[in-house]
Structure formats: structure tokens, C-alpha cells
Write a protein that binds this ligand. Structure first.
Ligand SMILES: Nc1nc2c(c(=O)[nH]1)N[C@H]1C(S)=C(S)[C@@H](COP(=O)(O)OP(=O)(O)OC[C@H]3O[C@@H](n4cnc5c(=O)[nH]c(N)nc54)[C@H](O)[C@@H]3O)O[C@H]1N2
Ligand SMILES: Nc1nc2c(c(=O)[nH]1)N[C@H]1C(S)=C(S)[C@@H](COP(=O)(O)OP(=O)(O)OC[C@H]3O[C@@H](n4cnc5c(=O)[nH]c(N)nc54)[C@H](O)[C@@H]3O)O[C@H]1N2
Ligand code: SF4
Ligand SMILES: [Mo]
Length: 767
């Protein structure tokens, strides 16, 4: 056994062992069974015992050693010097100075001067819970997140349809007879259970139909019965045409609409008025194909829709979210097996913030409101550069690399250099960290207990708490420890809670932690100032009684208690036992003990109606803002005039995984992150396969390597997401695609970027 004295954690240091963990590269978080030898992963396989992934993995997981061990890992806290270089500093010195400067900024300028960015990537959402306490300590509501550059249109529409922005919809692709993929490429990007197996099963069964709407013959489209190779950005027209055909041909589910929904009468009028032939023409698809899909989808026994960035990061983002939901709602494919469904959440990944409620502050420059509690990265540089007392002055960025991943890298570099204080918490030296005043090293996701909040299944939902496999590298610390120390140094919470610690130690486990939870509730009632910091308090008290290293997971007791209170019957169906007071604790201990993850709830499809948050339990179909946008579509002209190509900036491929891998050696193919172009377009430009080309947008330009690909539509080009890191101070490896994108090129309502619709010029680079 080895140990981490500072944290009182012990480690299994046998030269070789086999352990359970999960992949941290995408929202599926597949269970893994890994072999570890001398501090390295030597074998990575799917974990057959994982309740959701059941042994499934994709090729990316096998390379996780490149995340865990590489040259850009951070080992010590660093402070930027006057000359721009970084010097090592001690934790106490760094956190004392950060605490002092944050307090000074808060006292002088108020909470508006501070924003938190990130707080959890694809698999580290426990750390995020601790980080989220900081903006509360700063009396700020400004939380920026990558989710607010893709999913806030979806969350906003959910808020209106279902009564709360946390009502999130999933899709039962595995049991549907008819599946409509719109702007999603699950073969590469996953996002649905065991994607490649699920696609194969769909393809093999002649009784099931799979339709893919994508301008590119994507890897997923190759499995489809019908591929609608739509013109980029035209999905709103297509979805309206589908809906128009469905209501005209009386294929909608009148019984479902009458019983479960309200507002259909007004919507029906709009849908009947859709000029179907005209709209289909704008998509550049054949009317007969669109009619066939409308009829097939509406008459299937069970049909569902799966969407992703292809409609969320392009023209009409928010309207698209409304329309794709109408497809399953109008046909009654909601709240049933093989349809689309709401699901439960254990970790609160998002919140609810209705923009009509003045309680949620607007930003100084753009007067932007939060959606699901989150502000959009597209406006952030302007908020920092805002000319006024109320500008943003200090930020903490955690688990995100916005300099490369948010729109307009140049604007981010400029704005971040103007902050009074920028602190980055990361496992690696990122492009964002290079601009920080302080860089704080986090223990990696295999060096601490962690979990994902992407528990998006229905009716069975599972949770996987991973234990630490390695000791933290160098002086790195888990976020729980970093933020708790910072809150202590800021004077937000005391270093000890003697009464709570005493109760936590005394209370036998079979009491279901009821005395402890009661004492915690009483403490927080007496000390409202501590309330936002319940995570750190649980960590410092109950945490001390949990197995080595598991203290980080202590806040889960509060969450499982709330969860079991709300979904008691579903939790019991999953095999957890206890009464009204103790069921949550029993779920908590199952989560702590089961290394492969545990089922936490089994709902019935009928529970859907209690997950809806409108008091009457019905879906409210009439969203006035959306009906207005829908009417405006008719007079819309296509943007991008003067630019010959539409670039899809951010394609998911075999060897990209957001900003998570930095060492380019992880890639087996596509090392340069090629610009893909249709062979006929390339020929017309005089570009051969492998040639160098310049890709120029209104914002910036990049030099790229060309790859010919006849799966593309003419007039479109693609560049991959997740490249451009500077590994060991190298030049960027592959394209930094957000040098081409612009903050203002976005959905005017949610401010989500149109990354899939970037007008560009492409030209050969003179030799
Ligand atoms: N390999 C890999 N997988 C990943 C990630 C990764 O970096 N690499 N990242 C993860 C993350 S964070 C996310 S959010 C998901 C995203 O997952 P996806 O959204 O599925 O992936 P993308 O490749 O960004 O886009 C999906 C498809 O949209 C198509 N598309 C582009 N423009 C349009 C359009 O106008 N209309 C329609 N209908 N389609 C269009 C593209 O051709 C593409 O095939 O992937 C996750 N999985
Ligand atoms: N043009 C364009 N831009 C895009 C996209 C696109 O399609 N086109 N896609 C967008 C999408 S959908 C997304 S989700 C974003 C993703 O981009 P980001 O928000 O930047 O998110 P990640 O890539 O998940 O960030 C991972 C960061 O967390 C760090 N990290 C890993 N483990 C830990 C840990 O345990 N603790 C801490 N503190 N840090 C850790 C990694 O080193 C890395 O710096 O990119 C977006 N950007
Ligand atoms: S990248 Fe996603 S689908 Fe692939 S193994 Fe990891 S979690 Fe599973
Ligand atoms: Mo994403």
C-alpha cells in the first residue's frame, strides 16, 4: 500500500491489478475493465458487468493511457511571471493569493465581476459540484459552459413544453421500429447506447426502418434505409414539411394530443399552412422521399427521433429543437417504449432559469439571460472587453479549454489576456491555461473518485461511481480538495465542523444516516451562509467516515436522499430497500460499493406524466416565440452569399475526443485533421488529395491538408473538432478550427454558434 499523506488516502500498489472504471471520452461513459501494471494501463476492455454498456466500447477508449500519462500533465501549482513564463508555487501560497484577490474583486465590484466557466467535461461531474460552489461564494450567477454552445436551445424548448428546463428527453432507439436521426452521427459520436451494435441491429431487421438526415453520407448514413442528403442548414424546412404532411394526411395522434397535450389547435393551423412543396424544394430533397418518411414515421408502431449538433449548431437552432420534438409529440411517440421519453437525473447537471423571471441577471454587454442556469460562451469575450464598471474581471475555468473550443479563438486570447485574474483548474497545460495567472493541477479522472452525471436512460437508469486507480500525479489534488481549501481560505466555511464530524462517526450505518442528515439540515438552517457549500461540508464531515478516497462522493448522500424521495417506487424496483427516511442512504451505499455501477431506478412508462413539471401534467405545445419564428421562415433568404463553401467546423471522427487528449500520438489515422472536400470541388480548385489549402472565413484563416471524400455534398467541406493543441510547446497539431468561427455567427435567441454552417473560401496554397 502506498499513500497520499495530505489527503489520508491509501493506494493499492501491487505491480499488477485488474480494476473497474469507465471511459471519460464521451457522454456514454462506457464501463471498463482495465489492467494496470506499474502505474500504467496495459489493457483496456469493456466491462461486461456495467449495467448500461454491458461490455461495449469503441476504439477511442483503448488509448486512455495517452490521457493518463503524457508530457503536458500538470504536477504543481503554477504562477505566471511578469515575462509570461510560469513558476512553481506551493498550494498554500497560490490559494491564499487567489482567495485574497477574489475577495477584493467581489468586495470592490460585486458578484457581477466574476464568472465560472466549465466544471466538468465528459466524465468528471463530481468535481464540478465542488467548483460550482465558487461562484456562489463570489455572489455571482454567471456560469458559462460548453453545454451553452450546443444544448441550451433544447433546454429552453423543454422548459416551455414540459414546464422545467431540467426535463430532458431521451430516445429509445433500441426498441423503436422507425428511427429518425437528424444531424447526428452516432457511429462516430455515440450518444445512444452501444451505438454501433444498436445501428447494426436496426439495419439487420427488415421490419425496422432507419432514416438519416445529413448533408454528408456519414458513417451512420451508410447503415440507413433512407438517407436524406439535405442541403446544410435547411432542416427547419424539412421538419416543417414533414409535420405539414402529417397533419394534412391526418396521420397525427388525435387521442394523444387531446389527452396529454394542450395548445394543438393553434399549432395545427400553422402546420396546415406550411407550403410543403416550396419548403421541400429549399432542402434540395425529393418531395416523394419526404412524403415517404412522413408517412413511415407517423404510422410506425413505435418511432423516435435522435438529434445532435447537426441541427443544434446550425441555422434555426432553437426552432429546430422545437420542431424535432413536435415530430414525436404530434405522432404520440412520447412516453412509450420505442419512443422519446423524459428521464430522471441524480446529479443536477443543469438548472432552470426562465428568462421572463427578472431574478436571473442579464450580462452587462449583451444583456443575455441564462438558460438552464448557463450563459453562452459566444458572448463571453464581449462581456470581458465591455467598456463599463460592470464588466467581467475575474474567472475560474475548470475542465474546459475555451480558447480552442469556443467560437473565435482570437477573441478569447485577447479577452482572457485582459482579465484581472484568470485561474485555470485542469489536468494538463492547455491553451487556456497558458493565459492564466494561476494554473492549478487537478488529479486526473483515474486518480480520484469520480462519476458522470450523464445518466440519461429511461425507464432503467444507472449510476457509476468510479474509484481512484492511481495516486495523484505530483502535487495535483482532486477538485473537492482544491475548492474546499479555497472556500476555507475565503472565509466562506470553517475548516472543521466538530459536531457534524462527531455524529458522522458515531452513527451506525444501518440508521441510514438519518441523524447525520437531520443535523446537517439543522446546521444549514442556522447558517444560511454555508448552504451553497453543502458539498464541501459533506466532504469534510461524512467524507471522513467513508472508504479511503471516497470522501469526494459524500455529497451523493444528499442527492440520493432527494432522488429516493422523488422516485421511491422506481428506486425500490431497482432492488434498493429502505423506508421513507433510509431508502436514499441504501442507494448511496449501493453506489459506493458496486464498482461496475448500479441500476438506481426502474420507472414505468406511465411515470412520464409525473416527470412533466406543468401543474396539469400536460405538454404545452404552443410556444408563441417559436410559432412566430416558424411564420418568418417563409420569407427567409439563405445566408452565406459571396462564400463558395459551407464549412462544417467540428466533425466527429475516429480520432478526436473534444479537448481531452493532448498527445497527438494517440491518433492512429488522420493525424493532421484533414479538410474533407468533394473530389469534383477539389478538382475545380486544382487541389489533389494531400494538397495544402487555405480555408478563409470572415473571422480568420487556416492552412490545412485536403482529403478527397465523395461522401460530402458539393459545396460543403468539413474540418474535425478537437485538434490544434500545442503539445510540449509545439506548433498547433492540426487545425484550430475556432480561428474561423465568430461569436456573432449564432442563434440570436440562445447564442449557440452556427459551427456547422461557416461560409468560407478555399484556395490552394502556392508552393
Ligand atoms: N469521436 C468523437 N465522438 C464524440 C466527440 C468527439 O470529439 N469525437 N464529442 C462528443 C460531443 S461533446 C458531442 S456534443 C457529440 C456530437 O455528436 P454529433 O452531433 O453526432 O457529431 P457531429 O459530427 O458534430 O455532427 C453530426 C452530424 O451532423 C451533420 N450535419 C452538419 N450540418 C448539418 C445540417 O445542416 N443538417 C443536418 N441534418 N446535419 C448536419 C454532420 O455531417 C455530422 O455527420 O459527440 C460526442 N462524441
Ligand atoms: N467549431 C467547433 N467548436 C466546438 C465544437 C464543434 O463541433 N465545432 N464542439 C463543441 C462541443 S459540443 C463541446 S462539448 C466543446 C468541448 O470542449 P471543452 O469544453 O473545452 O471540453 P472538453 O474537451 O471536455 O475539456 C476537457 C478539458 O478538461 C481537462 N480535464 C480532463 N480531466 C479533468 C479533470 O479530472 N479535472 C479537470 N479540472 N480538468 C480535466 C482536459 O485536460 C481539457 O482541457 O467543444 C465545442 N467546440
Ligand atoms: S468514447 Fe464514448 S462510446 Fe467510446 S468507449 Fe468511450 S464512452 Fe464508450
Ligand atoms: Mo458537446
Amino acid at each position: 500500500m502506498g499513500g497520499v499523506p495530505d489527503l489520508d488516502i491509501t493506494f493499492d500498489e501491487r505491480p499488477m491489478s485488474t480494476e473497474k472504471t469507465a471511459c471519460i471520452l464521451c457522454s456514454r461513459n462506457c464501463g471498463l475493465s482495465v489492467t494496470i501494471e506499474n502505474g500504467k494501463f496495459t489493457r483496456i476492455r469493456g466491462d461486461d458487468e456495467h449495467p448500461v454498456s454491458k461490455g461495449y466500447i469503441c476504439q477511442k477508449a483503448a488509448r486512455l493511457e495517452h490521457y493518463q500519462n503524457h508530457e503536458d500533465r500538470l504536477k504543481h501549482p503554477l504562477r505566471r511571471q511578469a515575462d509570461g513564463s510560469f513558476a512553481r508555487v506551493g498550494w498554500d501560497e497560490a490559494l491564499d493569493d487567489i482567495a485574497r484577490r477574489l475577495r477584493a474583486i467581489r468586495d470592490r465590484h460585486g458578484g457581477r465581476a466574476f464568472a465560472f466557466y466549465g466544471g466538468g467535461g465528459q466524465g468528471n461531474h463530481l468535481g464540478g459540484m465542488y467548483g460550482q460552489q465558487l461562484h456562489k461564494a463570489m455572489r455571482s450567477r454567471f456560469v458559462y459552459s460548453s453545454l451553452a454552445q450546443e444544448k441550451t436551445g433544447d433546454f429552453w424548448v423543454n422548459g416551455r413544453l414540459f414546464g422545467h428546463q431540467t426535463c430532458h428527453v431521451t430516445e429509445d432507439v433500441e426498441h423503436a421500429d422507425y428511427v429518425l436521426f437528424i444531424g447526428a452521427n452516432p457511429y462516430q459520436a455515440h450518444g445512444i447506447p452501444n451505438a454501433r451494435d444498436t445501428l447494426r441491429a436496426l439495419q439487420r431487421n427488415p421490419a425496422r426502418t432507419m432514416v438519416v438526415v445529413d448533408p454528408r453520407r456519414s458513417e451512420t448514413a451508410k447503415f440507413a434505409d433512407i438517407h436524406l442528403q439535405i442541403k446544410p442548414g435547411a432542416d427547419a424546412f424539412l421538419m416543417l414539411a414533414l409535420l405539414g404532411i402529417i397533419v394534412r394526411e391526418d396521420l397525427h395522434d388525435r387521442e394523444f394530443l387531446a389527452r396529454r397535450c394542450k395548445g394543438f389547435a393553434g399549432l395545427e393551423k400553422e402546420l396546415l399552412a406550411v407550403p410543403v412543396a416550396d419548403f421541400v424544394q429549399r432542402t434540395e430533397l425529393a418531395l416523394a422521399d419526404v412524403e415517404r418518411v412522413a408517412r413511415g414515421f407517423a404510422t410506425a408502431r413505435a418511432a423516435c427521433v435522435r438529434i445532435d449538433l447537426g441541427i443544434q449548431q446550425t441555422l434555426h437552432t432553437t426552432l429546430n429543437s422545437y420542431l424535432e420534438k413536435l415530430l414525436y409529440l404530434v405522432t404520440g411517440n412520447f412516453g412509450k417504449r420505442g419512443g422519446n421519453n423524459l428521464h430522471t437525473f441524480l446529479l443536477p447537471l443543469i438548472g432552470h432559469s426562465d428568462e421572463r423571471n427578472p431574478q436571473y441577471p442579464r450580462t452587462a454587454h449583451h444583456q443575455m439571460f441564462p438558460i438552464a442556469g448557463l450563459y453562452p460562451p459566444n458572448i463571453l469575450p464581449d462581456e470581458i472587453e465591455h467598456d463599463g464598471e460592470d464588466r467581467l474581471r475575474a474567472m475560474v475555468v475548470d475542465s474546459s479549454n475555451p480558447v480552442l473550443s469556443a467560437a473565435d479563438t482570437q477573441a478569447y486570447e485577447r479577452a482572457f489576456s485582459q482579465l484581472d485574474l484568470l485561474v485555470v483548474v485542469d489536468v494538463a497545460m492547455t491553451e487556456t491555461a497558458r493565459l492564466a495567472h494561476y494554473v492549478l493541477p487537478a488529479a486526473s479522472q483515474f486518480e480520484k473518485w469520480e462519476a458522470t452525471g450523464f445518466n440519461l436512460e429511461f425507464p432503467e437508469n444507472a449510476f457509476h461511481l468510479r474509484h481512484a486507480l492511481f495516486a495523484p500525479l505530483g502535487e495535483s489534488l482532486p477538485e473537492a480538495e482544491i475548492y474546499t481549501r479555497l472556500l476555507e481560505k475565503m472565509g466562506e466555511i470553517p475548516p472543521r465542523f466538530p459536531l457534524l464530524e462527531w455524529i458522522a462517526r458515531l452513527e451506525p450505518r444501518f440508521a441510514g444516516h438519518t441523524v447525520f442528515l437531520g443535523a446537517l439540515a439543522a446546521t444549514l438552517a442556522c447558517k444560511p451562509r454555508w448552504r451553497p457549500h453543502a458539498a464541501s461540508i459533506l466532504y469534510r464531515t461524512l467524507g471522513k467516515t467513508l472508504p479511503s478516497g471516497a470522501a469526494i462522493a459524500a455529497p451523493l448522500l444528499g442527492l440520493t436522499t432527494l432522488y429516493a424521495g422523488r422516485h421511491a417506487a422506481a428506486v425500490e424496483r431497482a432492488g434498493h430497500r429502505g423506508n421513507r427516511l433510509t431508502l436514499g442512504a441504501s442507494l448511496f451505499h449501493a453506489i459506493l460499493e458496486r464498482r461496475s455501477g448500479t441500476l438506481m431506478s426502474i420507472n414505468t412508462f406511465d411515470d412520464t406524466w409525473s416527470l412533466i413539471r406543468h401543474p396539469d401534467g400536460r405538454v404545452d405545445l404552443a410556444i408563441p416565440e417559436m410559432l412566430e419564428q416558424l411564420r418568418e421562415l417563409r420569407s427567409e433568404t439563405v445566408p452565406g452569399a459571396g462564400y463558395p463553401f459551407i464549412l462544417m467546423a467540428g466533425e466527429r471522427r475516429s480520432y478526436n475526443a473534444n479537448q481531452i487528449y493532448r498527445d497527438p500520438a494517440w491518433r492512429k489515422v488522420d493525424r493532421e485533421g484533414a479538410l474533407r472536400l468533394h473530389p469534383a470541388d477539389a478538382r475545380a480548385l486544382g487541389l489533389a488529395d494531400g494538397a495544402r489549402a487555405r480555408c478563409r472565413s470572415a473571422t480568420g484563416e487556416l492552412e490545412v491538408t485536403v482529403e478527397l471524400d465523395d461522401n460530402l455534398r458539393r459545396g460543403t467541406a468539413t474540418l474535425p473538432h478537437g485538434y490544434g493543441q500545442r503539445y510540449r510547446d509545439s506548433e498547433p497539431v492540426g487545425p484550430q478550427i475556432n480561428r474561423l468561427t465568430a461569436g456573432a455567427h449564432c442563434d440570436p435567441f440562445t447564442r449557440t454558434p452556427f459551427h456547422k454552417y461557416v461560409p468560407v473560401h478555399i484556395e490552394p496554397v502556392a508552393a
